[in-house]
Design a protein around this ligand. Sequence first.
Ligand code: FAD
Length: 284
Amino acid sequence: MLDIAVIGCGPAGLSAAINARSRGKEVKVFGAKLCSPALHKAHRIDNYLGFPGIRGEELRQRFLDHARAQGIVPSTEAITAVYPMGDYFELQLRQETVQARTLIITTGVGIARPLPGEVEFIGRGVSYCATCDGNFYKGKRVAVVADSPEGEEEVNLLAQLADRVWYLPLYQGEYRVADSVEILEDKPAELAGSTRLERLVLKSGRELAVDGCFFHKEQLPATQIVPGLALEDKHIKVDRDMATNIPGLFAAGDVTGRPYQLAKAVGEGQVAALSAARYLDARR
Ligand SMILES: Cc1cc2nc3c(=O)[nH]c(=O)nc-3n(C[C@H](O)[C@H](O)[C@H](O)COP(=O)(O)OP(=O)(O)OC[C@H]3O[C@@H](n4cnc5c(N)ncnc54)[C@H](O)[C@@H]3O)c2cc1C
């Protein structure tokens, strides 16, 4: 059981992890392949104190070096779901679950918007993890939408379980999927149904009658990871301690709102870590 799990390995997440470590907490950062695509893209940064004119990529490397020097090596596997369990959290990775007493969400905002109907049908036909939910679709019809080749693993697993599988790759390349999978050169437009998901409507106008739709996304909006998180103006609502409406769950960085800026992200990451440490100490 971790003291603190941090989701996201950008400036806010790394700042949170370093400060959590300095408070003697057992912390782990769950990230993605590139820790902070936003920072990587920033050509020149002039407003981060002490580093005028620095390239985003150089600052990104410095942040990672600093974290590694404290023994913090972000995992490259994204979190697909979080289950609040009362006095701890269960975090779902693709193949395993991890438990943590507190959680800090720092997933940024560089995220594709969910499709119409996507959030509505989470748990009622929409899933983000074939390993976790695939068994519910034995003998059924499913579609898989993926923005990277890692989605092929999900499709091939589902091909062994479901009766019919359509694959909508949103990337170019060779698709290594089972022969039974039907690959569609189309894009998803909308998810529709009544109490459960019934149809995936495509951009071309074609409709697939599906029982399930699996999404493989490099980044998931925080509200899709943790159902029940209170929002304000499409961002996670936090107080001055970076606490959310869920006890033990904190958030920091771009995900909590504007301005989308480094200094804010780093500062909020620190506040969130200190608040999480205080929360833990009060329960010892
Ligand atoms: C082109 C550009 C130029 C910029 N220039 C400046 C500037 O000059 N000055 C300035 O102050 N700011 C600038 N910014 C903004 C700055 O980069 C952001 O404010 C900052 O990176 C926010 O940090 P963050 O940690 O909140 O989020 P991010 O840096 O976006 O990091 C979020 C991380 O979370 C990961 N993640 C998301 N979902 C999951 C999941 N489910 N599981 C695990 N990991 C996940 C992502 O992969 C990412 O690594 C610029 C941004 C851009 C795009």
